[in-house]
Design a protein around this ligand. Structure first.
Ligand SMILES: [Zn+2]
Length: 319
C-alpha cells in the first residue's frame, strides 16, 4: 500500500439512502445501503424493534418511519448483541422493556464502556449526534438464556440464541408463523462481516442453525433485506464463505510460522478479489484478521477492544 488508509470508517462521510419495507405480514426492515439495520415487528397490540441505531437522533428517523405505518406503542426493544452502534439509540424508543441475552448483558458489564469509546472513534458519521446519547450505557431490563417467547397479541415472536458467531451473545428474532428472521450481525448482505469479537470456529455452525429454521425472509445486520428463500440462502452462504475464507487463510499463515503482519497482508490480498466490493471491507479486515489470528493462536475468547488498542493495531497493520 503506497497510501495510508484512514482509520476504520473515518473516511466514510457520505449520507446513505434509507429504505423501510415490509418483508412479511408483521416484519419490516429499516435498511440504509450497508449501514446498520433495524428490524421492526408490528404485532396486534404492540411494536418490537430489534437494534436501535447508533444514537437517539438516528433512532428518531426509525420512529418516524414506524409512525407512517402504525400508531401501536413501541413496547419492546431487542438488542441482538452489545455493539454500541446498534444499542445507544435505545432511549429514543422509550420502550417498556429492553431485552437481551444474559451473555449480551455480561458483555455490556465487561466491555460496554470500552466498546462505546472505540465505536465512536470508528464511525464518526453514525455518531455525529453523539451528544443525544444519554450518559452511561444502555442496560437490558430483562434477560434470557437460550430462548424466550413474546406474544404480540396472536403474533408469536421468539428470541433465540442459536450459537456464538459475531459475538458470544448473539440473538436472532424469529417469527415462526411467517418464517421471518431478524439476524443481527450474524448475517450480512453485500457488507463485510465484522469479526473483531467473533468466534470463527463457531460462526459457520451457528449459520447452519439459522438455515435450519428455513427462513422465507431475513433482515441482515447490514445490507438489503432478503425477501425470498433463495436470497436468504445466498446471504447465509456468502457470510459463511467469508468467515471460512478468513479462517482458512489465517490458519494457513500461522501454520507456516508467519507473524500477524504477514498473515494480514496475505489474507487481505487473497480475499479482496471476492469480497473487496462489500461495504466496510477495508474497515473490518484489520480487526477480523487480528481476532482470527488470536483465536488460532492463543485467545479462545476475544480480547477487549479499546480506543487505544484500535489505533495501535491500525498503525501496526496499516502503517
Ligand atoms: Zn455488531
Amino acid at each position: 500500500m503506497s497510501t495510508t488508509k484512514k482509520f476504520a470508517s473515518q473516511a466514510d462521510l457520505e449520507e446513505k439512502k434509507v429504505t423501510f419495507s415490509q418483508i412479511s405480514e408483521h416484519a419490516w426492515a429499516y435498511t440504509a445501503e450497508g449501514d446498520p439495520n433495524t428490524g421492526v415487528i408490528i404485532g396486534d397490540d404492540a411494536v418490537l424493534v430489534a437494534d436501535t441505531q447508533a444514537t437517539p437522533a438516528m433512532a428518531a428517523d426509525v420512529i418516524r418511519r414506524i409512525r407512517e405505518v402504525t400508531d401501536k406503542p413501541i413496547k419492546y426493544v431487542v438488542l441482538t448483541h452489545y455493539h454500541a452502534v446498534r444499542v445507544l439509540g435505545a432511549s429514543a424508543f422509550q420502550p417498556e422493556q429492553i431485552l437481551a441475552s444474559q451473555d449480551t448483558y455480561d458483555l455490556i458489564v465487561e466491555r460496554g464502556e470500552f466498546d462505546k469509546a472505540s465505536e465512536i472513534g470508528r464511525f464518526p458519521r453514525l455518531f455525529r449526534n453523539v451528544e443525544t446519547v444519554p450518559d452511561g450505557l444502555t442496560w437490558p431490563t430483562m434477560t434470557f438464556t437460550g430462548k424466550m417467547t413474546l406474544w404480540l397479541g396472536q403474533v408469536e415472536v421468539q428470541l433465540l440464541q442459536l450459537g456464538r458467531g459475531h459475538t458470544k451473545g448473539d440473538t436472532v428474532v424469529w417469527l415462526p408463523q411467517e418464517r421471518a428472521l431478524l439476524s443481527g450481525d450474524l448475517v450480512e448482505f453485500g457488507a463485510t462481516p465484522y469479526a473483531g469479537d467473533a468466534y470463527f470456529k463457531d460462526w459457520p455452525k451457528t449459520l447452519d442453525n439459522l438455515a435450519a429454521l428455513k427462513p422465507a425472509a431475513l433482515v441482515p445486520g447490514r445490507g438489503a433485506a432478503l425477501t425470498t428463500p433463495e436470497s436468504v440462502a445466498r446471504g447465509l452462504a456468502e457470510t459463511r464463505d467469508f468467515i471460512s475464507d478468513v479462517y482458512a487463510s489465517v490458519e494457513r499463515g500461522v501454520g507456516a510460522g508467519h507473524d500477524l503482519n504477514r498473515v494480514y497482508r496475505d489474507t487481505i490480498e487473497a480475499l479482496r478479489p471476492k469480497y473487496g466490493q462489500w461495504v466496510i471491507f477495508d474497515h473490518c479486515m484489520p480487526f477480523d484478521v487480528t481476532r482470527c489470528y488470536d483465536e488460532v493462536t492463543r485467545y479462545p475468547d476475544p480480547r477487549i477492544w479499546t480506543a487505544e488498542r484500535d489505533i495501535e493495531m491500525w498503525k501496526t497493520l496499516e502503517g
